[in-house]
Write a protein that binds this ligand. Structure first.
Ligand code: CA
Ligand code: CA
Length: 240
């Protein structure tokens, strides 16, 4: 296309849940120039809603397995949006040896299941404090949608050193048996992804948010902001 023109292009006949990359070439009398590649994924066509996203972390029962560092979690790095990030730090002693805890995650730009294109966790802190993980699960709508079991021995557990990270890319996520079972249940059971509801006095459906859920989501958001918000960072910490 000529420089300084604007245009719209709609690609058609795309495959579902597939990564596509685009590049624009502009030109004038002096030659042509290409943009960077911009990539994103198509939706899978199932339109499975997401109303809660959680990460379960089981810390290994081994010496030095626990960590005082927060865990940075990034999902949906699909190229269209920045990854949706949560820095996990609840008002408790997190990631203690042999602990098993489920954290809420932010899901701002995740509207449906297939927006979850990848998962990445990072041992995020200033201290050289390794974290050893035995099991990881991603929960969507309070059901397990991905699981990785690293076993319990020193040679098998996932070891996250100083800023060490673990990533699950698109193909691995989609081929995970837990993911496939989640999608199958979503397609076969129309109530599988419906949040708890009750009927109000005037006959309307109301979504029921449990005290556990509201407390956990606020605790997750506050812990995230203590690290992510420049106004709060370093000025506040949880007391316990
Ligand atoms: Ca904490
Ligand atoms: Ca440690």
């Amino acid at each position: 296309m000529p420089k300084f023109d604007t245009f719209t292009y709609t690609d058609t006949n795309l495959q579902p849940d597939t990564r596509y990359c685009y590049q624009i070439e502009t030109y004038n009398d002096e030659g042509a120039r290409r943009s960077q590649l911009l990539c994103t994924y198509t939706h899978d066509g199932n339109a499975i809603p997401v109303w809660r996203l959680q990460l379960r972390v089981k810390v290994a029962n081994l010496a030095n397995a626990g960590s005082d560092n927060p865990l940075r979690v990034m999902v949906a790095n699909n190229g269209q949006y920045l990854p949706t990030e949560t820095i996990l730090d609840y008002g408790q002693d997190d990631f203690e040896r042999n602990s098993d805890f489920t954290y809420d995650l932010n899901f701002d730009d995740i509207h449906e299941l297939s927006d979850i294109t990848d998962l990445r966790i990072i041992n995020y802190g200033n201290d050289q404090d390794d974290l050893y993980i035995s099991e990881l699960s991603l929960l969507v709508n309070q059901h397990e949608a991905f699981r990785r079991n690293f076993g319990v021995t020193n040679s098998s557990v996932l070891k996250l050193g100083y800023y060490g990270s673990f990533s699950v890319e698109h193909a691995e996520l989609r081929s995970d048996p837990t993911w496939q079972a989640f999608v199958a249940s979503s397609r076969n059971d129309r109530f599988f992804n419906v949040p708890p509801v009750s009927i109000s006095d005037n006959g309307q459906f109301q979504v029921v948010i449990s005290r556990e859920q509201i407390a956990s989501r606020i605790e997750s958001l506050m812990g995230h902001l203590l690290h992510a918000d420049s106004e709060l960072r370093g000025r506040f910490k949880w007391g316990f």
